[in-house]
Ligand binder design. Structure first.
Ligand SMILES: [Zn+2]
Ligand SMILES: [Zn+2]
Ligand SMILES: [Zn+2]
Length: 406
């Protein structure tokens, strides 16, 4: 006799729960459960909420992937300035705060999309000194690409830890093979790659025809990376590992010919960081409402040139999320102050604006109070907040999504 849908679901839960006992898996029990996933109609209330840490829920996603897709999301893995917070040796009120939102790793973001389909995409912006810790904390298992803003140490010096994503093949397990078989049954032609973890198609770079991991950055950042990590780009004697990286100049990408990675369209946004030219990133995807939604990630910067503002306004579609450099109240030569960041955000009018690259001058709560007190100076932002939008400091672990795409 064929097992019922609920029985299969239960078996899967038990099988995969060993991967993550702390997983947050919420499963709505379906009345009149159909006997196969194909029988579940589109838009059905069969769902589960996925914690990024959860491998078990990842497996469940694969089960439903023929009728359920996931829009892009961005997890801010770090929101602190170059020292991070707490600053080593500092006993100020912020560095000793017990508020979790006052603990800030160096700036980095993890973007995913279509996490339950063969078009799954995983991208990281910047690989700072805490990249390994961030990758473990936010369960990064594979990467399609890395986007670099610039070559300062706080954004780059975890680069060597990319080698796990370009050099090492993760172990397969029986559960992976079952998920692969399920995928092949549900979607002929899909699941050609091997599986790196439950429900995920393995990084194609892990296959026999291994390719280096693409790193996108502007030309001066690429020159600095090649200088600082020269061993990566030279023949070395056998033994020891090093990342396999393909450095790609992002100047080639334009609104007419953007960088396309699976369902995501990506554009570099030229910024000025003092006198240094660096890159913000505009990440876009057409969501289930049929509209183009975008996230803009703009750090580090003390100036967003008019052409870059225009680029975002003309090509973002709906700008749901803006993450922007906002160091502190006092002006700084290479970073936006809070007010300078708000003035720039005023021009962009995102539904949600988040300050990042924050220093230890003020605690999270006081930064929000400060922003609220200044909002009357920025009528566009004030009106966005009045309509349910956000303007405030980001925090580590903040997850950003397109606004109401379903
Ligand atoms: Zn920085
Ligand atoms: Zn401090
Ligand atoms: Zn910098």
């Amino acid at each position: 006799m064929m097992p019922s849908f609920s029985t299969i679901l239960l078996k899967r839960l038990i099988a995969f729960s060993r991967f993550s006992l702390s997983s947050t898996v919420i499963v709505a029990i379906v009345k009149n459960s159909p006997t196969s996933p194909a029988a579940v109609p589109q838009g059905s209330k069969v769902w589960q909420k996925r914690d990024l840490k959860s491998n078990a829920s990842c497996a469940l996603y694969s089960y439903f992937d023929s009728f359920y897709t996931c829009p892009m999301q961005m997890v801010l893995m770090g929101t602190g300035t170059s020292h991070g917070i707490p600053v080593i040796g500092c006993s100020c009120k912020v560095c000793t705060s017990r508020d979790k939102k006052d603990k800030r790793y160096r700036c980095s973001a993890y973007i995913t999309s279509e996490e339950n389909t063969a078009l799954r995409t995983d991208i990281v912006i910047d690989t700072g000194p805490e990249f390994r810790i961030q990758a473990l904390k936010y369960t990064i298992r594979r990467l399609d690409a890395v986007l670099l803003t610039h070559s300062h140490a706080d954004h780059l010096h975890g680069l060597d830890d990319l080698r796990i994503f370009s050099f090492v093949k993760p172990k397969e397990c029986a559960a992976d093979k079952q998920a692969l078989a399920d995928r092949a049954n549900a979607c002929p032609g899909a699941g050609q790659g091997d599986m790196s973890c439950a429900g995920q198609v393995a990084n194609p770079y892990f296959k026999a025809d291994m390719k280096p991991l693409p790193i996108y950055a502007n030309s001066n950042t690429i020159a600095d990376v090649k200088n600082r990590f020269d061993y990566v780009f030279h023949e070395v004697k056998q033994g020891g590992g090093k990342p396999q990286l393909d450095m790609c100049d992002c100047a080639q990408f334009t609104p007419e010919a953007p960088l396309v990675i699976n369902t995501l369209q990506i554009l570099p946004v030229p910024l000025l960081h003092g006198t240094l030219h660096d890159s913000g990133w505009l990440i876009s995807e057409v969501e289930s409402d049929g509209k183009k939604h975008s996230f803009a990630y703009l750090t580090d910067c003390s100036n967003v040139p008019d052409d870059s503002i225009k680029l975002i306004l003309e090509h973002a579609g709906i700008l749901d999320q803006l993450v922007i450099d906002g160091l502190r109240v006092k002006p700084h030569s290479t970073h936006f102050s809070f007010d300078e960041a708000l003035a720039c955000a005023e021009k962009l009018g995102a539904k949600h604006t988040w300050l990042t690259h924050i220093c230890h001058d003020k605690c999270h709560r006081d930064i929000q109070k400060y922003v609220n007190s200044q909002l009357h100076l920025y009528p566009v932002l004030e009106s966005i907040v009045a309509q349910g939008g956000t303007v405030g400091p980001a925090w580590d672990g903040l997850t950003l999504k397109p606004d109401k795409v379903r």
